[in-house]
Design a protein around this ligand. Structure first.
Ligand code: A2P
Length: 411
């Protein structure tokens, strides 16, 4: 492989590259890039060095971190698109032989600073989050799990099929934290002969396993039978997962995610907002805390959970059994005959005093996961709740973000 050493007198360029070993080809970077610097062929996603303006818009949405790769090269000879498209792995990092950083051109030094601020420059994990392991398994070398359970969470007559799927990794290490995702590789190829894309699922089990001290992980999967507009479609990965039987083997990549993580310090509180299968990380975090109740570590749990009706709310039964002084649960049902339609944002507004008290608590961390549409509604509900309580959401939100206390994952 051609390694472009940066010679002493060359002008250095910090070239933005995508790691082909980790990239799951989800197209998020190409969709996000405002300068159209990202493109792809059937093998790789690549970045055009002549178009990338280092805005970093693509960094945060990338689920795997494949997008967050950089190499110092000679500005006159960056890696071309043709070179990148042929890669199976990134070229090794070369020692930067361009003198001390202080002598780098100002714009390079500035870019280096921006790019090293973390994903997107703004998203931070809680300060007390445990260390996440990421990218342990790739499409070239996936982990193979065995299905040890596939349970229907929704009622038989419900309008959707949501399942709790347990994957056992046996002797293969799969260290995952609450809030992380794993990628499922559906077998087979699509109509164009290409492998099906990997689909990411948040783990629904806590770090010590679905069953404590077993090397297993659970997922909450909704069988996709229609698109957002209600047109019939068959979700490849979700139908594959929902149809799995005990004993089936599944290829898994990941884990992914280094910021949507729970705090670990005693006295920390969790403020959780979710719809449908967005409940997976909330279940993982709640279960982590439930298993530690006896330690009396303090902190509060407040949950806002939206579903069409009780029969379609994953984990409704187990949630109802949790002690009231352990978790403050607020359901929002949107399709109960004879009842007013409610969304999570309506319930947040109703509880404005407690909501704003927790948002203001330095030890409280906010997690939002579920339908994309709710993101704006929840933001607006926080704004209204703050106004009612004499606070300013416009000031509070940037502070929450800067303190690693605001985490959003929507789809
Ligand atoms: P709706 O009945 O209007 O679809 P789903 O079952 O499709 O996964 O949705 C989970 C819940 O999220 C449903 O109650 C759904 O209501 C609700 N929902 C849909 N759009 C929004 C939105 N923009 N904000 C908050 N909740 C929403």
């Amino acid at each position: 492989m051609d390694v472009k050493a940066v010679v002493s007198r060359a002008e250095p360029l910090r070239q933005h590259l995508i790691d082909p070993e980790i990239c799951i080809r989800c197209n998020t970077c190409e969709e996000t890039c405002p300068s159209k610097a990202v493109s792809h062929d059937s093998r790789n996603y690549v970045v055009d060095a002549t178009l990338c303006n280092y805005c970093n818009d693509c960094i945060s949405p990338c689920p795997t971190g494949a997008i967050d790769n950089w190499r110092m090269v000679d500005k006159a000879r960056p890696y071309t698109l043709t070179e990148q498209l042929a890669w199976d792995s990134l070229p090794p990092e070369t020692p930067v032989d361009a003198g001390p950083t202080a002598e780098l051109p100002a714009h390079i030094a500035e870019i280096t600073a921006v790019a090293s601020e973390g994903q997107g420059g703004t998203v931070l994990a809680p300060w007390s989050a445990a260390h996440p392991y990421v990218n342990l398994y790739t499409m070239q070398k996936p982990a193979v799990a065995t299905v040890s359970g596939n349970y229907q969470l929704t009622a038989e007559d419900a309008s959707c099929d949501i399942r709790h799927i347990v994957l056992d990794f046996g002797g293969v290490p799969m260290p995952v934290l609450e809030g992380q995702t794993i990628g499922i590789v559906p077998p087979g190829v699509g109509s164009e002969g290409r492998p099906h894309p990997v689909r990411l699922y948040s783990v629904a089990s806590p770090r010590d396993g679905e069953r404590p001290h077993y090397n297993n992980v659970s997922l909450t999967v909704k069988r996709v039978t229609e698109d957002h507009e209600g047109r019939p479609v068959r979700g490849i990965a979700s139908n594959y997962l929902c149809d799995l039987n005990k004993g089936d083997r599944v290829n898994v990549v990941g884990p992914y995610g280094g910021t949507f993580l729970m705090p670990n310090h005693p006295g920390s509180s969790l403020f959780m907002v979710c719809t449908g299968t967005g409940s997976a990380p909330m279940r993982a975090m709640t279960e982590r805390r439930r298993r530690r109740i006896a330690l009396k570590e303090g902190g509060e749990l407040m949950l806002f959970f939206g579903a069409r009706c009780e029969a379609e709310l994953p984990y409704f039964g187990p949630l109802m059994k949790l002690p009231k002084d352990f978790i403050d649960i607020n359901f929002a049902f949107s399709r109960v005959p004879g009842k007013v339609k409610q969304y999570v944002q309506d319930r947040i507004r109703e509880r404005s005093a407690d909501v704003v008290r927790l948002l203001n608590d330095q030890n409280c961390y906010v997690y939002i996961c579920g339908l994309k549409g709710m993101e704006q509604g929840v933001d607006e509900a926080f704004r209204v709740a703050c106004r009612e309580q004499g606070e300013d959401w416009g000031t509070l939100l940037p502070a929450l973000r800067a303190q690693g206390r605001y985490h959003v994952e929507t789809y």
